[in-house]
Design a protein around this ligand. Structure first.
Ligand SMILES: NC(=O)c1ccc[n+]([C@@H]2O[C@H](COP(=O)([O-])OP(=O)(O)OC[C@H]3O[C@@H](n4cnc5c(N)ncnc54)[C@H](O)[C@@H]3O)[C@@H](O)[C@H]2O)c1
Length: 439
């Protein structure tokens, strides 16, 4: 099949490369010519395991090409997939500016009976609006087929998704999209456009709820000196609950889960009700991201010049995405409170430095980062961070040598035996335990 993908960001490049791997002839379009040039040199400009190799292989096989949208030689094929960004407005409501522009451009160039497939995450109701405004009079068939990839595992997720959701009114177009996925073994749910959109939003809101739920349990664990990790195991072994997304920590980030949860709360007010549950989910998450700040504040009543090292800047390991990463927020808050903040990430140092400016320092290795630090915040559990030589880190730090494990990913006993003052999230170390190390 000839397919075009519009928007070569995280979701778009993965979609384009993986569809070409399935044997389709794919052209990826973007408005950013630098990005297109870089893709044509097999550099996706994003860190996603396996992606660069897939791009190189399929470009060499001439099944994958990249073009700027202003190129004159356009061929959008039988299916055109929209993967442009859908950021939040400051009030939390979704900003569909890129969607409208890309849909207008795409429908202008699509041939009759082609499929316009929405892979970007748009609020329920958007597809029906696009269909009536841009598609019906041009005999273009609109399909909603939301993206569920997890950054860091996006290529794997494309080929082994938990489900494929196809929302559409035209059965031939729905079948064409089923055909586009042939080679992928996964349950397919065919539904109405608005329901497909709702499934995507509801999935992210549910994941956010699970995380905030376990984080609230972690606060109880802290108060009662219980261990949230054992609580997680005890809960997660119940099949009705499941273990995934039950890790206590500094809260969720990234480009999707916070944005779509916020969108629900802001859209609810348009319909005259309040989303009490999701508002609380967001409140818990906001509070969670400030835990390290509260700990440092408690230990150092005067935070001026406390030396803090932040390990991990991306919102999770195996991606360079720093959008809504708790590390970024914490670096900003601590430096505004007078701490000397240094950061290290195996992949996203440069992106983070661009975002944070000169208020924080960036180091090129974990060992450099730890030199003379009073506090280390482990925020993103990259393997290379977890497997570092913690004894060496301990030796290079200054008192009181606090190690805050923001994702509960280290063994507390091992770390405490080295000598660190270890603090996790809901691991039975109550705030009164910190009293002994107040400076
Ligand atoms: N990143 C993820 O993990 C993920 C997962 C699931 C769903 N999604 C959804 O996918 C969509 C894209 O997300 P992303 O993270 O890839 O965004 P992104 O910001 O990384 O990429 C968007 C790309 O679209 C391009 N673009 C903007 N307007 C354009 C236009 N008119 N024509 C052509 N290109 C245009 C931009 O230049 C950019 O390269 C969003 O709706 C997001 O919610 C993302």
């Amino acid at each position: 099949m000839k397919i075009s993908v519009i928007g070569m960001g995280y979701a778009g490049v993965v979609t384009a490369a993986c569809l070409s791997e399935l044997g389709h002839e794919v052209i990826g379009y973007d408005i950013d010519s630098q990005r297109i040039n870089s893709l044509n040199s097999f550099n996706p400009q994003i860190f996603e395991p396996g992606l660069d190799k897939l791009i190189e292989k399929n470009c060499n096989l001439k099944r994958l090409t990249f073009q700027h949208i202003d190129d004159s030689d356009l061929n959008l094929g039988e299916i055109s997939i929209i993967t442009v960004g859908t950021p939040s407005d400051p009030n939390g409501s979704p900003n569909l500016e890129y969607i409208w522009k890309s849909v207008e451009w795409t429908t202008k160039h699509l041939k009759d009976n082609a499929v316009l497939l929405m892979r970007s995450t748009v609020q329920p109701g958007t597809g029906d609006l696009i269909e009536s405004k841009f598609c019906e009079h041009q005999s273009i068939n609109y399909i909603s087929c939301p993206e569920f990839l997890r950054e860091g595992e996006a290529v794997k997720d494309f080929f082994t998704p938990d489900r494929i959701i196809i929302g559409g009114n035209n059965s031939k177009a729905v079948e064409k999209v089923v055909q586009m996925h042939s080679g992928i073994d996964s349950p397919i749910i065919k539904t109405k456009i608005i329901t497909a959109e709702m499934i995507k939003f509801a999935s992210n809101a549910f994941l956010a709820t699970k995380i905030s739920f376990i984080n609230e349990m972690a606060a109880f664990c802290e108060a009662w000196s219980a261990d949230v990790d054992d609580v997680k195991d005890g809960l997660g072994l119940d099949h009705r609950i499941g273990k995934s997304f039950l890790n206590a920590g500094v809260g969720f980030g990234g480009s999707c889960v916070p944005k779509e949860t916020r969108a629900f709360t802001s859209l609810a007010s348009n319909y005259g009700f309040k989303s009490h549950l999701l508002s609380s989910v967001l409140e818990v998450n906001e509070n969670q991201s400030q835990i390290p700040v509260r700990i440092i504040q408690k230990i150092f009543p005067d935070m001026n010049n406390v030396r803090v090292g932040i390990l991990g800047m991306s919102f999770k390991p195996n991606t360079d995405d720093i959008r809504e990463s708790p590390s970024i927020k914490i670096a900003q808050t601590l430096s505004s409170l007078g701490c000397q903040v240094s950061c290290f990430d195996p992949i996203s140092n440069q992106k983070s430095a661009e975002k944070l400016g000169t208020s924080v320092k960036f180091e090129t290795s974990i060992n450099n980062l730890s030199q003379n630090k009073n506090v280390i915040l482990l925020m993103t559990p990259w393997d290379s961070i977890l497997n570092t030589d913690w004894e060496h880190i301990y030796d290079s730090m200054s008192e009181p040598k606090i190690l805050f494990d923001g994702r509960n990913s280290l063994n507390p006993e091992t770390i405490k035996n080295i000598g660190f003052n270890y603090v996790g999230v809901g691991r039975g170390i109550s705030s009164s335990d910190l009293d002994s190390i107040i400076i």
